[in-house]
Design a protein around this ligand. Structure first.
Ligand code: ZN
Length: 73
C-alpha cells in the first residue's frame, strides 16, 4: 500500500501520508510524526479513495473515532 491515513498525536487531526517514508510532518501543527509509532487507520494505493475516507474521518472525529475505525478495519 502506498498511502495511509494517520491521526496526528499532537493536534489529533487526520491526514494522508506516504507509507514509504519513515516520518511525515503534520501540515497543521508542524509536528514530525514517526509512522512506526502510531496506528495507520487505513491503507490504500489510491490517494483519491483516501481523500474520501479522510473527509469521513475528520467528520467523525468528535468522539466517534473508535466507532469509525471499527467500521473501516
Ligand atoms: Zn498535527
Amino acid at each position: 500500500m502506498k498511502y495511509g491515513i494517520i491521526i496526528c498525536p499532537k493536534c489529533t487531526k487526520a491526514k494522508i501520508c506516504e507509507l514509504h517514508f519513515k516520518t511525515t510532518r503534520c501540515f497543521r501543527c508542524n509536528k514530525v510524526i514517526k509512522l512506526k509509532e502510531i496506528r495507520i487507520l487505513y491503507k490504500d494505493n489510491s490517494k483519491e479513495n483516501l481523500q474520501h475516507i479522510l473527509g469521513l474521518v475528520n467528520a467523525e472525529m468528535d468522539g466517534k473515532l473508535d466507532e469509525f475505525t471499527k467500521l473501516i478495519n
